[in-house]
Design a protein around this ligand. Sequence first.
Ligand code: SF4
Length: 351
Amino acid sequence: MREVVEALGLRLWGRVWGRPVYLVTEPLPLIGVIQFGVIDRGTNVLQVRPTTICPLSCIFCSVDAGPRSRWRQAEYIVEPEWLAGWVHKVAVEKGVHVEALIDGVGDPFAYPWLPRLVKLLKETGVVRSVAAETHGETLTKELIGKLEEAGLDRVNLSIESLNPEKARKLAGTPWYDVRRVIELAEYIARETSIDLHVTPVWLPGINDDDIVEIVKWAYRIGAGKKWPPVTIQKYIRHRYGRHPPGVREIPWNKFWEKMKRLEEELGVRLTWSMDEWGMRYAPRVRHPIRAGQRVKLVVAGPGWLRGEKLAVTMDRQRLVTIVAAKGLEPGDIVLARIIRDKDGIFIAKVV
Ligand code: SF4
């Protein structure tokens, strides 16, 4: 079984919090699932996902990451050369230069080869800028230096409170030290060529005042050298996410009203056009499969959530997640129906 999995491009790399970590390599395709690889949502921005791992367990985490995950059964890290190669392939097929946003269902700064990935992306010739998201816990001056040298253009920093005690509670992690994150964020903004974009998640009823403090802080320290300085993220309840007690999800119109009110009260901007982000619509990459279709798939290994399997199309061009996949083993060839296809992320059920 191990040989089958490795031949498909999944290698058991270690374990974290009792879960296996798989190294994803050639020839496993890197488009088709949410947890790693490349996601094209029809713009010039490509989401680039190198790892699912995150050291924190934020109590509002929409993707149930970290040590306290309840739904995950496996974690992944992707070999950087293979990932950059897929970004190149997708951009060429789209026919545009792209902005690479390194994000994911984990914290990209927990990826051991982040500077290397940034450098490889810049070397593809099709990537105009590279940004990476983080909650900042694994930031160090040394890592920031390496990322600057590799050509990282922007850090998108999520921070939900500047108060150490509250930040620890929100991060679900007793050792989380927001003072260190603040210090390093200020260092990025003031002493490097990397831009800082601050992206707090607003948890209505929990961090309303903290959000105001964070916005003022972001503007004060000089975030937004080239891109907008701050964007407030809306809390959205996801089925497999974590839901802090007492926090309701508010409708989008109420959210935008709140943003407008805050902009007036604070005299700063919090909402931005696509243009200000240098973002525009671009042709989508064409997929060889679509919703409703029956396809033959090879089971490659475990999916990221319990009950799921990671599978690959027979032509090795797309990844597919098989749900309700009990009893399937790596190497099995199954006939499945694609039951969901959104932005080239495929979910299938065996028929
Ligand atoms: S919200 Fe981000 S930093 Fe927090 S647990 Fe989830 S992935 Fe990790």
